[in-house]
Every structure is written in C-alpha cells, then in structure tokens.
Design a protein around this ligand. Sequence first.
Ligand code: AMP
Length: 123
Amino acid sequence: MAYTYDPENIFAKILRGEIPNKTVLETDHSLAFHDIYPQAPTHVLIIPKGPYVTYDHFAAEAADEEIIDYTRTIAKVCEMMEVAEGGFRMISNAGHAGVQEVPHLHVHILAGRPLGRMLQPAG
Ligand code: AMP
C-alpha cells in the first residue's frame, strides 16, 4: 500500500503551529497532546512529527530514530498520565474500516474509567 500524505490535515496544522493544542510532551520527533473531545478522563493523542498516515506506514518507512523516539514518547506519556496501574487502552485507527478521521498517524491513550470491550458488534 502506497500512502499519500495530506499536508492540510488538522494534525499537520497543529505541528506547524497554525492551530493550538494542549501539549503533554514534545520531543525531537513526536508530540503528545490532549484530545479535544475526550472519551475518557485521560485521552491523549501521540503523533510523530513526520508525514506518516498510519502506524503501518510509519513502521515501514520511518527512520530508526523516529521510531525509537515515538515509542519512548508513548512510554513517557503513559508514565506521566499514570495509566499503568489502573489500566488503559491504546488505539490507532487506520483508513476507512478503522474510521480514521485525521490522516496523520496518532495513537490514542485512554484511561481513567472502565473502557468496555474492545469492539462493539458491527452495525
Ligand atoms: P481518529 O478517528 O482516530 O482519526 O481520531 C481523531 C481524533 O482527533 C478524535 O478523537 C478527535 O477528537 C481528535 N481531534 C480532532 N481535532 C483535534 C484538535 N484540534 N485537537 C485535539 N484533538 C483533535
């Protein structure tokens, strides 16, 4: 699958400073910020700064240092948000079936309430 990155997506605008965000953590290659419509008491999005559409795109094409930075940023955010003890869910939606709204890779970290089963029956 060849991915085409749309530089006008909303997270690209956040990275360019055109739209504000509530930053949790910023590193050389990654940015973590609070979701604007939180689905749980803790709802943080973590994005790489590079132009990757989905996790598989990033995992295939990003440089090693980007992958290490992104992975460690996820760990640091989990530590900062103290999600490990109570449990959490990490989601990365991709494409049409995954109902991805913003075509820039992001993982959601959700915590702070019982999150239910992973998937609802298709409907
Ligand atoms: P997804 O369906 O996985 O693409 O999720 C996109 C997420 O981005 C949703 O949870 C939105 O609430 C969130 N979102 C959209 N715009 C913004 C924004 N400007 N700042 C923070 N989160 C946003």
